[in-house]
Every structure is written in C-alpha cells, then in structure tokens.
Design a protein around this ligand. Structure first.
Ligand SMILES: Cc1cc2nc3c(=O)[nH]c(=O)nc-3n(C[C@H](O)[C@H](O)[C@H](O)COP(=O)(O)OP(=O)(O)OC[C@H]3O[C@@H](n4cnc5c(N)ncnc54)[C@H](O)[C@@H]3O)c2cc1C
Length: 516
C-alpha cells in the first residue's frame, strides 16, 4: 500500500460502535455491480460497508478488503410508488428524491446518513415501526453480488423456498441453500441473524444478513404518498403506570383508525420513551436549556408521540381545535380526539404539541430526544479516556410483545440495580423495544453490565421477544452470545450451513453474526 492508500484505508477502520482493533488490506470504491463482481472473484475476504453507522462492529474491518459503496449512489427510478437506488445512496438523499415525487420512505432509522445497502443489510427500523414495520416490509427487490461474482437480480414474489431450500443457478453451478428450521420470535422488530420461514421469499434471506451472504448493489423500495403531516407531542408522565396506560389507549385508537380509515381517527405512528435517568442526563448536559425543552420536575418517564394529522389541516384550524378540544361543542377531529384522550389520562395540561408547520419546535424536540444516546455515549467515551481504555459501550436493544413491556422494564431495572449499575433506558415503547444502556464508571461495571444483558436476553426470549431488535449482531461478543442463547448452537450451525452454501470460502464479512 502507498502512503495515500494507507491514509484512505485508515479512515475506514472504525464504525459507530468504536469496535477496537480495526485493520484492513485496503479499500476499494466500485461503481457498479460488475465491478463488485470482479472484486469478489479476486479477493480472499471482503467487508462491504455503507456509512459505517453500525452500532455492533459489523462495519469494522478485521483484515478484509473493504468494499465501500460510497461511489454507488445513482437513482435508477423514482415515482410516488417507490424508488430504485444504488446501495451507497443515503436515506437522507433518498428522502429528497422521494419528496420531489411527493412520496416518503417510512422505516428510516434515526441516523439518516445510513445507506440503502446498510439499512437493508441490518433490516433497520425507525421509530415508526409500530405503524410502518421495518425495512424488510418496504423492499421489493435487490441486486446482490454473491461471493463467486454471480450477480443476482431478485424481485419479491418471484423466488420462494421449496421443501426447506432454495435452488439457485450461479456461476459456480446449481446450488441449494437450506432454510434454517428455527422459529423466529413473533415481534415487529428483529435483526437477529438470518430470516427463516417455511416457503420464504429469497429477497428476505439477504435482508438482515449483515453483508455475510452477498454485497447488495441496488435496492427497490416501496414508499408512501403523500408524505404524512407529522406533529410531535411531548408528554411528561408522573409514573410508568400512567405512561403505559396512555400508550395502551393510543395504540388501540391508532390501530382502530388504520382498520376503519376513519378520517377523524387518532393516528400515532410512533411513541418513544425516556426514563428518569435519561431525563436527568439531558439536564446534566444542559440539553434542556439548549433545545429550550424543559421537562417538569417529578417526571418519571417522558413520552414523545409522532402523531399524523390530515394533510388539509391548517395551523390556524389546529390551534382552534386544541383550544376548544374539551368543550362539548368541539368538532370531532383527530386532534380533538387526541386531546381528549390526553385529558382523560390527566395529561392534557402537561403536554406540549408541536404542529407539523412548526419545524423549528419539532427539530428542538428531536434534538432533545437525540441528547439521550449522545449523552450516554459521551459518558462512555469519558470513562474510557479517564478511567480504563477497555471500557466500552454496554447496551442492549431488545423487544418484547407490548403486553410484557412493564414486566420486562421491571426485569431490566432489577438486573441493573442488583449489580449496582448506573443506567438509562429509552426507546420505542410503541413496539416494546428499548435500549437499556449501562453508564460505566469502571471496567467492572462493563463486565457486570454484560452479565446483566445476557440475563435480560434469556428473559426476553422467555416472554416471546427478541434480544436483537434493530441494530443487528455484528462482531459484538455479547450480541453473538445473545443470538446463540436465542436459537441455540443448532440454530447457529443452521445459519453456517446457509453461509457455506452461498459463500463456501467464507469470503464475505467473516466473523460478522457468528464465527466460522
Ligand atoms: C446516531 C445513530 C442512530 C441510529 N439509529 C438507528 C435506528 O433508529 N434504527 C436502526 O435500525 N439503526 C439505527 N442505527 C444503526 C445504523 O444506523 C443502522 O444499522 C444502519 O442500517 C447502518 O447503515 P450503514 O449504511 O451505516 O451501514 P454500515 O454500518 O456501513 O454497515 C452495517 C452492516 O451492513 C453491512 N453492509 C453495509 N452495506 C452493505 C451492502 N451494500 N451490501 C451488503 N452488506 C452491507 C456491513 O457489512 C455491516 O455488517 C443508528 C446509528 C447511529 C450512529
């Protein structure tokens, strides 16, 4: 490698998980599927990467040749119904193209710099999974380059598993790919190894495969049109019981609206939650002052609701409706119903609602919410710098069926408290998905935090949930252990059989999801 090449490669040795020890043979920037195929044919080991926003070390190279998709950003087709893009296009750019066509891509992760190939490969899920599902639900087709250089163009609905296997014609000849026999947890979010179901679609095998089965070079996504008008409601609650009772009512009302298409129905696409420690972090870091979002003292848990409103609603009409919402003569609208629901729960007076047109306030509320993971990551970084360089982010990303949410929150707290850990829990309560994060003060906290997370994984599985909800498995040792706990060694061996069939020389992302 020349000095220039080394400098270029050095810029790609870490992902957002700051997984240690990244090193690579070099980095290449293909511009087409044909170029990717030529690279794969000649390479011993490759790691496809997008924006490297992975939170699992999955986009950290461990000696492979890095295949960066950043020069593959063409848009092949866009309409109100969907968009076909190359793998390196970011979600933000995709949304801009769709906006010009009057459309929107719903399952976008919070980090909009993530790429099309990255969100497909991790089956990323945004806040609004409750209404819109995860990335998987929006993928209509993929172009994938296999380890032997075969360029596979797969459309949803065209190629299904039969008799527990797929049969594919590749450059290496006819191959059969076995479908694992494990039963995936029935939850809305899952980024836990290979998708497996009887008669499954071939497209689904590559979604969430974290680069281990092929390099995605092009994706066709569906979209919604028109883009919804979304307002944000910040609801500080006195107790978790009060918050969860309201979440239950809101989920039920929204489901009813989607079933009946009632134009005056409540339509909440997402409900996020932040616990008491998360709120304290915002205060300690001055985020409340910076964003001008003050959460009242005595708040145990704060909810942030994405409420979709009818497109024709003007700000003036909305303010009128809010002001008169609980008077008997108020019109029956989505907004008045939402206010009444809040009122019945004793939450109307403390709620702040930012209407769709109030972009500044919406941005402030979003920035406040983002202050929680940023504050935790900053504390982990400080402890790593000041206390012990081996300290690392110690966090879970788990989902349970919502009816078990309260029970699981209790288990998270008990597990951390029993180990005398400092921690914050926030996430997507509408999906039963939270991110319990340790705030480590010592290396010992990290060790005990990991032990707690493995315990949580067993409890989540017992309650029918999934211990790996939206970020994937990557190279993270605890996440790989959670996957083994979920499906057993037999399940992991079944995944290895899928990989061996498609990538017999273990070229693609070796060590990601599971070891050889
Ligand atoms: C601030 C922040 C917020 C986040 N919020 C969310 C969230 O709300 N929801 C969520 O689900 N995730 C979230 N994430 C995690 C991350 O953004 C997602 O996992 C995202 O999908 C990764 O996209 P990427 O382009 O950065 O992929 P990378 O990080 O580069 O890669 C991720 C994995 O996909 C593989 N891969 C990448 N491109 C390809 C390709 N073309 N072909 C085959 N394999 C490929 C890589 O090998 C790796 O295993 C967040 C991360 C950050 C830093």
């Amino acid at each position: 490698m020349t000095n220039d090449e080394r400098q270029t490669t050095d810029a790609f040795l870490e992902d957002a998980a700051h997984y240690p020890g990244g090193h690579a043979r070099g980095v290449v920037f293909p511009r087409s599927a044909t170029e990717v195929a030529a690279i794969l044919e000649g390479a011993e080991a490759v790691l496809p990467i997008g924006a490297q926003s992975s939170l699992t070390g999955g986009a950290t190279p461990m000696g492979e040749l890095i295949v960066a998709t950043s020069k593959m950003t063409r848009v092949a087709d866009v309409s109100a119904a969907g968009i076909t893009v190359e793998a390196g296009l970011t979600v933000a750019a995709m949304q801009e193209h769709l906006a010009r066509a009057g459309a929107w891509f719903p399952p976008a992760p919070t980090f909009s710099g993530a790429t099309a190939g990255g969100i497909v490969s991790t089956n990323a899920a945004g806040a609004a999974t409750f209404k819109y599902g995860s990335t998987r639900d929006w993928v209509d087709g993929l172009v994938v380059v296999l380890a032997d250089g075969t360029i596979l163009d797969v459309r949803r609905g065209e190629h299904f598993a039969r008799g527990g296997r797929f049969t594919l014609v590749t450059r290496s000849g006819r191959i059969t790919v076995p479908v694992p026999s494990y039963v995936m947890p029935a939850v809305v979010k899952r980024s836990a190894g290979y998708h497996a179901a009887a008669g499954m679609d071939l497209v689904d095998l590559f979604i969430g495969a974290e680069g281990t089965l092929g390099v995605v070079t092009q994706v066709t996504f569906r979209s919604v049109s028109p883009a919804p008008q979304t307002s944000l409601a910040l609801i500080p609650c006195r107790s978790e019981q009060q918050a969860l009772a309201f979440v239950g009512l809101l989920r039920r009302a929204s489901r009813e609206t989607w079933q009946t298409s009632d134009p005056a129905g409540i339509d909440a696409a997402a409900i996020e939650d932040m616990d008491r420690r998360s709120i304290a972090i915002l205060r300690e870091d001055g985020v409340d002052t910076r964003t001008q979002v003050a959460i009242p003292a005595g708040t145990t848990i704060a909810l942030l609701v994405q409420l979709e409103l009818p497109p024709a609603l003007t700000p003036a009409a909305a303010y009128d409706q809010i002001a008169g919402a609980i008077s008997p003569s108020a019109p029956d609208t989505a907004l008045t119903r939402f206010c009444r629901l809040l009122n019945a729960a004793g939450l109307l007076d403390v709620t702040e609602l930012a209407l769709p047109a109030d972009r500044r306030r919406i941005a402030q509320l979003v920035a406040m919410r983002e202050g929680v993971p940023a504050g935790v990551n900053q504390r982990v970084g400080a402890a790593k710098r000041d206390v012990d360089p081996r300290i690392e982010k110690t966090a879970a990303d788990m989902v349970v069926p919502v009816e078990h949410f309260a029970e699981m929150m209790e288990i998270y707290r008990r597990g951390f408290d029993a180990r005398r850990l400092d921690y914050a829990i926030w996430g997507h309560v509408s999906d039963g998905n939270v991110h319990p994060n340790v705030i480590p003060r010592s290396l010992d906290d990290v060790v005990r935090g990991k032990e707690a997370i493995l315990e949580f994984g067993r409890e989540v599985a017992r309650l029918g949930g999934c211990p790996l909800a939206e970020h994937g498995v990557g190279r993270n040792g605890v996440k790989q252990a959670l996957l083994r706990q979920l499906y057993g060694e037999t399940g992991i061996e079944e995944m290895r059989a899928v990989k061996r069939a498609l990538d017999p020389h273990w070229k693609l992302a070796p060590g990601v999801i599971f070891g050889r």
